[in-house]
Design a protein around this ligand. Structure first.
Ligand SMILES: Cc1ncc(C[n+]2csc(CCOP(=O)(O)OP(=O)(O)O)c2C)c(N)n1
Ligand SMILES: [Mg+2]
Length: 719
């Protein structure tokens, strides 16, 4: 029974679920409650959508966030009325800030039962403020074809807005009148014979994700990428995605009256040859008078031009990406900064940045929370120790850049941010979204394109690495073989580098020295110390392992100590709003129906979200939690406030004195204390494929903070 004609609410809710299923939605996370019963029943009955019940709305919403992070597709999130909806808030903020698609459905009482103490009725309209990409309250359920069509189209629009203009959350508040349960209503049942389901849903196409780091354009525009865009239909990005999913022929109904016609733009316009499907998105001037086309102007900076097979000399590139590239090519003191990123297609992302780097002959400063460090072989000029290097003032001065290309969000490093602020290079930000990525408020130019597209223009002469080359990053298994060969001629892993320059050489040489100093120092440490965890993990995890890294010291230690490797490890994180909330639930979302996963967390972050353990019985997959238990917030030991005790210990460090073995026993979760690095290594070189396991390392936050404060500035040579 895909459409449920038992009563108005079942009909309404089953149309909603069926629409989503046909749009390609695969997962719904549902919290228990009565007002949402029609939605819950409709989703539970739809066997093409996996519906997962989760008790705690905060945990449920982070779990949904984790699933969406992994897939790039929206996940539906459903709750009852009242404070239940409010518990979604932190995850919605994170979804907005880290650009993750989520579809939130909050059930509500009907208008006549609001503001009258009817019970469990709060003001849910626009409850999430400005965080959603789009938000609305649905009309009261009704059974006319007109109203069902309204529902179908509104849901399709909501779905699209989870991806446009930048992926993010969308909220629909959905009122229901009684009966909330599927009791029969003869009048509604009688409608079934008049309903032609295929006709009703004709034309709904699955939503597809675009390029990883590029928010997909609306379907109309997506069709462009496949054709004449310079991206071959066989391009992996297009597989199952843009190329196939777009399937938009010039004759596609959406195109009728689109740019080609009715827009004031003649189909014969040279830019439009091949129509919208050519991959050339009209630049704003072309859209003047073309507003009637229903196509929003694309960002002015040549989204269409780039990646459209247009030569750099094309007039469209002048004044935009084209003039930027000209300046880059003349500059020998340039850097690329690859910030925190969780792209859908990490290999393509890394390869694109490698191509830009090699073409310009510039180093790439790569965050630990970027896949780049795990595809080191692709990037001969990878700099992973920039934070430590820049702690040496003399070298930092020598390395002053003239131009910095920042890919997406900045790295976490304060050293890097301060240095950029001080040296004021001309800065270009590369990211397709409409967000502002410059917390330093420099003289930045934001080129709203993806690095994948940029690479095709910056380095047309650099042949794209072939599939064979790219997949040949070997799945290394033991510690020895994971080590990336030292920099020499030909660069890391033997990829050929183009002509060198002194500035680049200084970066590369310093990186090699600092990396050696770190390796020497840390490999000799026998006792359990926090920095060694990240350093070791980067060498011992099975190839391709997804790892969720919690906020606080774990993200920082990863940035400081995560070694470049060729293990294709996929880092995930919640760096949108940097909360320590929802850590376990997000990691479980990433682990669900995925390769066995790791989560690296502190004790307080884990304790903040212990309700996540309630998801255990629904998890399909495995999560190993590496718990760094320093009994409190170790991060605060690094800050000046640590000297002010009291109140430091009680109000900042906040030790909780929890026995994690007992906590885990309550939830039926495996727990083990690890006090030996060899055991640690053995436990992680092979991961179970089911359940949750906690590996607890007891550390001392005070001595570990002192170790960092003593050593971080000593790794750079000359100090
Ligand atoms: C929701 C939320 N509350 C509070 C904070 C502030 N905060 C940042 S780190 C931290 C302590 C984290 O401690 P733990 O997880 O044990 O990691 P450690 O600092 O020991 O590495 C706190 C409370 C935050 N970022 N998010
Ligand atoms: Mg801690």
């Amino acid at each position: 029974m895909s459409i449920d004609f038992r009563n108005t609410n079942t009909l309404w809710s089953s149309i909603l679920a069926e629409t989503l299923q046909r749009l390609g939605l695969t997962t719904a996370v549902i919290c228990p409650g009565s007002r949402s019963a029609p939605l819950t029943i409709a989703f539970a009955q739809n066997h093409n959508i996996e519906s997962i019940p989760v008790l705690d709305e905060r945990s449920a919403s982070f779990f949904a966030l984790g699933i969406a992070k992994k897939s790039g597709l929206p996940v539906a999130l459903i709750c009852t009325s009242g404070t239940a909806a409010a518990n979604f808030y932190p995850a919605i903020i994170e979804a907005r800030e880290s650009r993750i698609p989520l579809l939130i459905f909050t059930a509500d009482r009907p208008p006549e039962l609001r503001d009258c103490h009817a019970g469990q009725a709060i003001d849910q309209v626009k409850i999430y403020g400005n965080y959603p990409n789009w938000q609305a309250e649905l009309a009261m359920p009704a059974t006319s074809l007109g109203m069902l069509g309204y529902l179908r189209q509104t849901i399709a629009y909501a779905c699209e807005r989870t991806q446009f203009p930048t992926p993010g959350p969308v909220h629909l508040n959905i009122p229901f009148r009684d009966p909330l349960v599927p009791v029969s209503d003869i009048a509604v049942e009688a409608l079934e014979t008049q309903f032609d389901i295929e006709d009703f849903f004709a034309g709904l196409e699955p939503i597809v994700i675009g390029e990883t780091s590029t928010p997909p354009s609306p379907p109309l525009l997506r069709g462009g990428v496949g054709r004449g865009s310079g991206i071959e239909p066989s391009h992996p990005l297009l597989k199952g995605g843009v190329g196939r999913g777009s399937g938009i022929e010039p004759s596609h109904p959406l195109l009728k009256g689109g740019v080609g016609r009715g827009s004031g733009i003649e189909p014969s316009h040279p830019l439009l040859k091949g129509g919208v499907g050519s991959g050339i998105e009209p630049s704003p001037p072309l859209l003047k008078g073309g507003v009637g086309s229903g196509i929003e102007p694309s960002p002015p900076l040549l989204k269409g031009g780039v990646g459209s097979g247009i030569e750099p000399s094309h007039p469209l590139l002048k004044g935009g990406v084209g003039s930027a590239i000209e300046q880059w090519q003349k500059c020998s003191r340039g850097i690329i900064i690859a910030g925190v990123a969780q792209p859908q297609f990490p290999e393509q992302y890394c390869r694109a940045i490698a191509q830009i780097s090699q073409s310009l002959n510039w180093p790439v400063l790569a965050e630990g929370l970027s896949p780049l460090r795990n595809y080191a072989q692709l990037n001969p000029h990878l700099i992973s120790t920039y934070d430590l290097i820049l702690r040496n003032g003399e070298i930092a001065d020598k390395l002053t850049p003239e131009i910095a290309i920042q890919i997406g969000d900045l790295p976490t490093s304060k050293e890097l941010r301060n240095w950029l602020d001080k040296t004021q290079p001309k800065r270009y930000i590369i990211h397709p979204s409409h967000h502002n990525f410059d917390p330093l408020h420099g003289r930045t130019i934001h080129l709203r394109i993806s690095p994948e597209n940029l690479a095709t223009v910056v380095s047309p002469q650099v042949p794209p690495l072939t599939n064979t080359q790219s997949t040949q990053v070997p799945p290394l298994t033991n510690t020895q073989s994971t080590q990336v060969p030292p920099l020499g001629k030909g660069g890391l892993g033997g990829v050929l580098t183009s002509e060198s320059n002194e500035y680049l050489q200084l970066w590369n040489n310093t990186e090699t020295k600092v990396r050696q100093a770190i390796d020497q120092k840390i490999s000799a440490i026998q006792n359990i110390i926090e920095p060694k965890v990240s350093w070791l993990l980067s060498q011992i995890l099975p190839a391709g392992t997804p790892i969720f890294i919690a906020n606080s010291m774990p993200v920082r230690d990863v940035e400081f100590f995560w070694q470049p490797n060729n293990l294709k490890i996929q880092p995930f994180f919640n760096r949108g709003a940097n909360g320590i909330d929802g850590t376990l639930s997000t990691a479980l979302g990433i682990a669900h129906r995925n390769q066995s996963c790791i989560m690296l967390t502190g004790d307080l972050a884990l304790l903040h979200d212990t309700n996540g353990f309630l998801i255990k019985n629904k998890l399909v997959g495995h999560l190993t939690i590496i718990l760094i238990n320093n009994n409190g917030g170790g991060i605060f030991e690094m800050l000046p406030v640590a000297k002010f005790d009291p109140p430091f210990e009680e109000f900042f460090a906040t030790p909780q004195d929890i026995n994690f073995a007992k906590l885990c026993a309550t939830y039926g979760v495996e727990h083990e204390i690890i006090d030996d690095w060899e055991v640690f290594q053995a436990k992680l070189s092979f991961l179970p494929n089911r359940g949750i396991r906690v590996l607890e390392l007891a550390t001392n936050r005070r001595t570990d903070a002192k170790w960092r404060l003593d050593n971080l500035s000593k790794f750079a040579p000359g100090s």
